[in-house]
Design a protein around this ligand. Structure first.
Ligand code: HEM
Length: 481
């Protein structure tokens, strides 16, 4: 998420959603193009008789049915239809108050079955009947890949793999506090600059680990009680302990999950995590959207900017968090809860710094911990997706997630350091699966990918970083031309 500087600005100005006017129908446009290509490659398909058979008039469609083409025309937030299990729903009005936020519009005009299933509790299904407007006409059968994925999900549910170990998460909470205690103990014991350096690194590690814990709560991995997850996981571990706004993070992160590394038809990123132009461009297609010579010159040295930017990322996240908490569109109680918990975070960190340390060391401690935390979090975000496929063609949920996501090898250090997000492919396919069960399902996911010829990328931490860096160099060189 080295992306946040630009993302936050675009989100707060509504820029992200303005892309949807043209963006979300691209999958159907491309599907039409694919059909045309298939027709060209198959001689019988292009005969007039075959073409007549293919063209469907509205009169020939039974009442209560809607075609894929009709659905695809309702592809924007003010006129939004989506398909779930071959049934069509009009979410144009509901989408504005959707409890999960604007992520619903990422699926405008297309099939949302799998993204719907991975994000919702049983309660959400009850809302569907009021939004139902018809059945999909001549619905294509589900692919073998998607069928196998759905079977896998059902099998994991039956094996209780979606149930978390509460002991695991209690231990996580306690060990997180232990890191904070260690950080404070170091500066209470010694106030040299070396001690300040070590302590600020530990504080940054505490914030990073709070981020992973909050992430698990907000994906509802820890408990089925969604309010508890939001208030304890979000407001306590996210806002108060880590300093990031739960509302800001969830809005952005949900879109990232629903449209991982996806762009619209003009290659404007839909996924906020790759929306990093003019600082970084993650593919040559995104680079091609940049006309401004000054911005291209920045991108031409993006590989040199990359590591410094990782260290600065937390400043941008802190800013976006406060901007979100001040957002007047939020219910008043949530705005106050967000602001109070963020102010509690600032107060506790600044108070501790100046209470324990002399002024110069206190400033140093606060500043260094921001830098370290930015780097510790963002290195994990970038290796998970950057340098993988950036696409704007129609892909089923499984293909989209696997081709845009990279795993980092599992071992004790990687599992702990990345908060389990080294099993990013499994996490994206099953976002509410508790962190401690990701390793258990990984062999099944690997087998699924092997069976269907999908590349399952799993690298060491070092190779993952190199892969990301190489992509930056590749695009930077293209920007020089
Ligand atoms: C007809 C369509 C939809 C309905 C009726 C609906 C309904 C709901 C409801 C009731 C919730 C509250 C949490 C729950 O009870 O599960 C929710 C949350 C959410 N929805 Fe939807 N939704 C729809 C479509 C979508 C789509 C297409 C997506 C994704 C692309 C989506 C993503 C989410 C997310 C990410 C949350 C937040 C979950 C959380 O963290 O609490 N929804 N939705």
């Amino acid at each position: 998420m080295a992306s946040s500087t630009t993302t936050a600005v675009k989100q707060s100005s509504g820029g992200l959603w303005s892309k949807w006017g043209t963006g979300s129908n691209l999958s159907f446009v491309s599907r039409k193009e694919q059909q045309q290509q298939q027709q060209q490659s198959s001689p019988e398909a292009s005969t007039p008789a075959a073409q007549q058979e293919k063209s469907i008039s509205r009169e020939s469609i039974p009442e209560g049915f809607l075609t894929v083409e009709e659905v695809s025309k309702h592809d924007n937030p003010s006129d939004c239809w989506i398909v779930i299990n071959d049934k069509v729903y009009d979410v144009s009005a509901f989408g504005k108050t959707h409890p999960g936020g604007p992520v619903i519009f990422t699926q405008a005009g297309r099939d949302a079955t799998d993204s719907f299933k991975v994000f919702h509790s049983a309660k959400a299904w009850q809302f569907l009947q009021d939004l139902y407007i018809g059945d999909l006409y001549n619905a294509e059968p589900v692919s073998e890949l998607v069928k196998d994925y759905r079977d896998l999900r059902t099998a994991f549910m039956r094996s209780q793999l979606f149930k978390s170990s509460k002991m695991y998460y209690v231990t996580k909470c306690v060990t997180n506090f232990a890191i904070l205690a260690a950080s404070l103990a170091v500066i209470a014991w010694s106030q040299t600059y070396l001690a300040v350096l070590c302590s600020s690194f530990l504080l940054a590690l505490f914030w990073q680990q709070c981020g992973w814990l909050s992430h698990d709560f907000l994906h509802h991995q820890v408990t089925e009680n969604r309010s508890l997850n939001t208030y304890f996981g979000g407001l306590f571990w996210g806002n108060f302990a880590q300093g990031y706004s739960v509302g800001w993070w969830k809005t952005k992160h949900n879109v990232h999950h629903a449209a991982t590394n996806e762009c619209d038809d003009k290659y404007q990123p839909i996924d906020p995590d790759i929306d990093t132009v003019p600082l970084l461009a993650w593919s040559k297609e995104i680079l091609a959207t940049v006309d401004d010579q000054f911005f291209r010159s920045i991108i031409s040295v993006q590989h040199l900017l990359f590591f410094p930017l990782l260290f600065l990322a937390r400043f941008s996240w802190l800013h976006s968090s406060w901007a979100h908490a001040s957002n007047f569109e939020m219910p008043r109680y949530m705005r106050w809860a967000e602001k109070a918990s963020l102010l509690g975070h600032y107060g506790a960190s600044i108070g501790a710094a100046f209470y324990i340390l002399p002024i110069p060391q206190a400033i140093c401690w606060l500043f260094l911990s921001q830098l370290f935390c930015g780097a510790l979090l963002s290195i994990v975000f970038v290796i998970s997706h950057n340098g993988m496929d950036v696409y704007n063609d129609p892909r089923d949920f499984v293909t989209a997630q696997v081709t845009s996501t990279r795993n980092i090898e599992g071992n004790f250090f990687n599992d702990w350091f990345t908060g389990g997000l080294n099993r990013q492919i499994e996490h994206h396919l099953f976002p509410s699966l508790p962190r401690h069960n990701l390793a258990k399902v990984a062999p099944h996911v690997k087998a699924l990918c092997a069976k269907h010829g999908l590349h399952y990328e799993e690298l060491s931490l070092g190779t993952g970083v190199c892969r990301v860096f190489n992509r930056l160099v590749e695009v930077a060189y293209a920007a020089k031309v």
